[in-house]
Design a protein around this ligand. Structure first.
Ligand SMILES: Nc1ncnc2c1ncn2[C@@H]1O[C@H](COP(=O)(O)OP(=O)(O)OP(=O)(O)O)[C@@H](O)[C@H]1O
Length: 295
């Protein structure tokens, strides 16, 4: 029987104008062995709808062609199923692809899918909504909120959003954190929860995170003075932010975050803005419930 592979292409991810030609795919997936289908997304959440249809059509491998946002939409439909996720990195940051060592070169990434070597990876949820790379309710969420106003989706836009957010950031949310039988109160600058060891562009707040250890890596940074903030930014760039004593790392299977003034916290998941429906947030890890094609 032929292997049924569906490619879901986000044309606006990364530099935009992403295309995938049938002719190129046929050189990797000959019609005698593979049945191949290409679908293009037309709007936000379309990748999710297309994936659901592909599952009904009997796809065995569904390839997310885009960045972490596209992977999120596709993979959210594949957790706890036998359908395998493939990745063609076409995004800006491509954090998850980079952690999985899937190259940006389309031909090399297609060759990986062709080998059909599969591993099971952990996935996370924030109030029952899946994430695969990372989520957060601090500074990162505010950067993403600013970034979503940008007209381009490249590194420069992230840098501009980060600088603008740094200038205007207010520490207004006092939150209660519960993890590993500990409870603490904090007004966080950063509350970043990661499944992956990379955020994109080779940057990482959690270099020790693993996609297969059954744990989420949490970075907690409290309110910082402007000088410490500057220091944090420089150290982060050189992956030395752990040198600051204010930067704390935790490994958890579950984390509860409660906004004490009852407000809804601004969050990001896999680089997309997300508003939890209530002031309590529950973040969980789900060990090895997603199959992914890897090198
Ligand atoms: N045709 C479209 N028009 C507008 N938005 C789209 C379209 N197709 C998909 N999207 C949305 O584009 C967003 C960005 O996608 P994605 O995250 O894959 O790219 P990226 O942000 O450039 O990469 P990365 O997350 O790796 O930095 C997603 O929220 C997705 O829903």
């Amino acid at each position: 029987m032929r292997t049924n592979i569906h490619f879901i292409v986000n044309p606006i991810a990364g530099k935009g104008k992403n295309e995938l030609s049938e002719a190129l795919l046929e050189t990797y997936f000959p019609k005698t062995e593979f049945s191949v289908s290409i679908k293009k997304t037309k709007f936000v959440q379309h990748a999710s709808a297309l994936t659901k249809t592909s599952i009904e059509e009997g796809a065995q491998i569904i390839v997310a062609c885009g960045g972490d946002g596209t992977i999120n939409e596709v993979a959210s439909c594949l957790v706890n199923t036998a359908v395998i996720l493939g990745i063609l990195p076409m995004g800006s940051g491509n954090g998850l692809a980079s952690n999985l060592k899937i190259p940006k070169n389309v031909k090399k990434a297609l060759a990986i899918i062709k080998t059909q070597k599969v591993i099971a990876i952990d996935t996370g949820t924030i109030n029952d909504k899946p994430f695969f790379s990372n989520t957060g309710v601090g500074f990162d969420a505010h950067v993403i909120a600013d970034f979503e106003e940008s007209t381009t989706r490249q590194l420069f836009s992230y840098v501009k959003s980060t600088l603008r957010t740094l200038k205007n950031y207010h520490y207004k949310n006092l939150v209660e954190l519960k993890y590993n039988e500990t409870t603490e109160l904090i007004s966080p600058f950063l509350l970043f929860i990661s499944n992956s060891n990379e955020m994109g562009y080779k940057m990482s707040l959690t270099p020790r995170a693993s996609l297969q250890d059954g744990l989420l890596d949490v970075v907690v940074v409290p309110k910082l003075s402007n000088f410490k903030l500057f220091l944090f930014a420089i150290l982060f760039f050189f992956k030395k932010h752990h040198w600051l004593k204010e930067v704390r790392f935790k490994q958890v299977t579950a984390l509860e975050i409660k906004s004490l003034d009852g407000s809804i916290l601004k969050a990001q998941k896999d680089g997309e803005l997300f508003f939890p429906k209530n002031p309590e947030i529950e973040i969980l890890i789900h060990p090895k419930n997603l199959n992914v094609c890897v090198l």
